[in-house]
Design a protein around this ligand. Structure first.
Ligand code: BEZ
Ligand code: FE
Length: 295
């Protein structure tokens, strides 16, 4: 191919991109126009960069079709895809930039459920989820140190076998619940010691991880969503110190500031006044919310 023929081909490729970008000029919403025109430019640049073949384009379409087919109200393969591509964590970084002194955010994940039960201060979210009982307690404060009373604290976690309730058949609700911080901003609940688990790997996203030689494992963690008036809603986890998967979380969610010790205890009296007949554990996690006028 001559140099001028090459540049003709490049010009034809650019003309396709220019045409498609221009087709969105009439978009009424300026934001949608900006997003779509940028998406087209980057998508086309990607195809040019890798010199996308027809067979690869078909494989991509087939992959996305399978991703759609496996998605239903209990399984969200598109979120999983976003997670393993790091798009979820990048979106977190863009939208919840670290505020000095505030607890850091991390990925939401696909297992939050709106209809979780309310539990009292000191209540138990396990509701039959397997695992060593774990007392989780701490405070919710503003960045200026003021205790936040009445914050809504949603928590959810996998059981000792690495499964969330929604991954079981039936309408099981276990390992999740919500409570409010008390007048001094304190919270306390029982759960089970978080366990490491693989993200659902029996679909197209799992096939992608296998092809890439990547592990589907997430380090042990407990999810938190903390909301209070005047504060930015925090979506985060606590991770368990010493977990072997901390350095290669399948969804890139680990932040050092979120890694906490799980203190193992023998049978005996717990700080909440209960007497435990079996070994138990405790986690302390103090939460600092950013004011909502920032970012
Ligand atoms: C989770 O932690 O629940 C999760 C996050 C991303 C993908 C799959 C699961
Ligand atoms: Fe999780």
């Amino acid at each position: 191919m001559s140099i001028s023929a090459e540049s003709d081909a490049a010009q034809q490729e650019r003309a396709v991109t220019d045409k498609v970008v221009a087709s969105f000029d009439t978009t009424a919403s300026p934001r949608l126009r900006e997003v779509m025109q940028s998406l087209v430019r980057h998508l086309h640049a990607f195809a040019r960069d890798v010199r996308l073949t027809q067979a690869e384009w078909e494989a991509g379409i087939e992959f996305l079709t399978r991703t759609g087919h496996i998605t239903d109200e209990r399984r969200q393969e598109f979120i999983l895809l976003s997670d393993v591509l790091g798009l979820s964590m990048l979106t977190v970084a863009i939208n919840a930039p670290a505020t000095a002194g505030a607890t850091e955010s991390t990925v939401y994940g696909p297992f939050f459920v709106d209809a979780a039960p309310e539990i009292p201060f000191g209540g138990d979210i396990a509701a039959g989820a397997s695992g060593t009982p774990c007392l989780v307690e701490g405070t919710v404060r503003s960045t200026d140190g003021t205790p936040v009373r009445g914050a809504r604290i949603d928590v959810w976690e996998a059981d000792d076998d690495g499964f969330y309730d929604v991954q079981y058949d039936g309408d099981r609700i276990a390992g999740r619940g919500w409570l409010r911080s008390d007048d001094k901003g304190r919270y306390r609940f029982w759960s089970v010691v978080p366990a490491p688990y693989p993200i659902p790997a029996d679909g197209p996203v799992g096939d992608l991880l296998t092809a890439a030689g990547r592990s589907p494992m997430r380090p042990a963690h407990l999810h938190f969503k903390v909301a209070a008036p005047g504060h930015r809603t925090l979506i985060t986890h606590v991770f368990v110190a010493g977990d072997e998967h901390l350095d290669h979380d399948a969804v890139f969610g680990v932040k050092d500031s979120l890694v906490v010790d799980v203190v193992r205890e023998g049978p005996g009296d717990a700080p909440d006044g209960t007497t435990r007949t079996e070994p138990w554990a405790r986690i302390r996690f103090d939460i600092v919310l950013a004011p909502d006028h920032e970012g």
